[in-house]
Design a protein. Structure first.
Length: 252
């Protein structure tokens, strides 16, 4: 057996022996199948194992917004009640802009004491209550106006901490990336088979790994006065769908 190092992959070529196919990534002396502890001879598998990669760029169809409401008061009850009332207004604004309840998720809640450490002593000054909300925005065309309205509803208590894009309906790009990844693997296997003086045979095994890489932005800003907020300009950018496959081919 010959072992070839390729960019991003290990290619294993066996030239003779029985037809047992090794697991992808297994060494020449490793088990042929899961649960099989019988060692293989170095020339046991007459075939080739390769990796292929396919990447397709698509347009995101969803935005994920993270925001929080923070209120400070002299006592816990007042801080919590103020925060709750303001968050209710924000959630109501989102719902009025056609964001479903299922797309609004509370992702954090906390209250903490605030102290003044001047004059070499600690003095309690009040309490800060914060609630975090993660919002999925499916109407990307109106998302800028929806975000502005939510920030206006929360006023100065609103903090927007992040906005990212996502590609949820990815079946088209995913299928294209799969085809590209398999074709990449087959081209490599064909080349190695030719170099080994063999013909490429049937596919024995395919293993897949999928990665989606959305564009993302992270901001940390307090909302201005309600009357000053205009629709937020948003550029959706692009999202890469990458498929990596490990394919085991036999020799004909």
């Amino acid at each position: 057996m010959a072992t070839f190092a390729a960019a991003g992959a290990v290619v294993v070529v066996g030239l003779s022996g029985n037809s047992a196919a090794p697991r992808a990534g297994a060494t020449a002396l490793g088990p042929a199948l899961a649960g099989d502890t019988t060692p293989l001879a170095p020339d046991a598998f007459p075939g080739v194992t390769v990796q292929g990669v396919g990447k397709v760029t698509g347009t995101p169809d969803t935005l994920v917004l993270t925001l929080s409401i923070t209120k400070t008061a002299g006592d816990v009850s007042t801080a919590m009640n103020g925060m709750s009332a303001t968050m209710t207004a924000v959630q109501g604004s989102l719902k009025a802009n056609h964001v479903a309840d299922a797309d609004q998720k509370t992702s954090g809640l906390g209250v903490s004491a605030q102290y003044d450490y001047s004059s070499n002593k600690r003095t309690l000054t009040g309490y800060e209550a914060t609630e975090n909300l993660t919002v999925t925005l499916r109407d990307t065309k109106s998302a800028g106006a929806t975000i502005a309205a939510a920030a206006a509803a929360g006023g100065d208590a609103t903090q927007i901490s992040g906005l990212s894009t996502d590609l949820q309906n990815n079946s088209g790009p995913l299928n294209q990336a799969r085809d590209a990844a398999f074709n990449d693997a087959k081209a490599k296997a064909t080349q190695y088979a030719k170099s080994a003086g063999r013909s490429l045979g049937a596919v024995v095994r395919v293993e897949e790994n999928v990665a989606t890489e959305p564009t993302a932005s992270s901001n940390d800003m307090r909302a201005a006065a309600p009357s000053a907020i205009a629709p937020v300009p948003i550029q959706m950018g692009s999202t890469d769908v990458t498929v990596q496959v490990t394919v085991v081919f036999s020799f004909a």
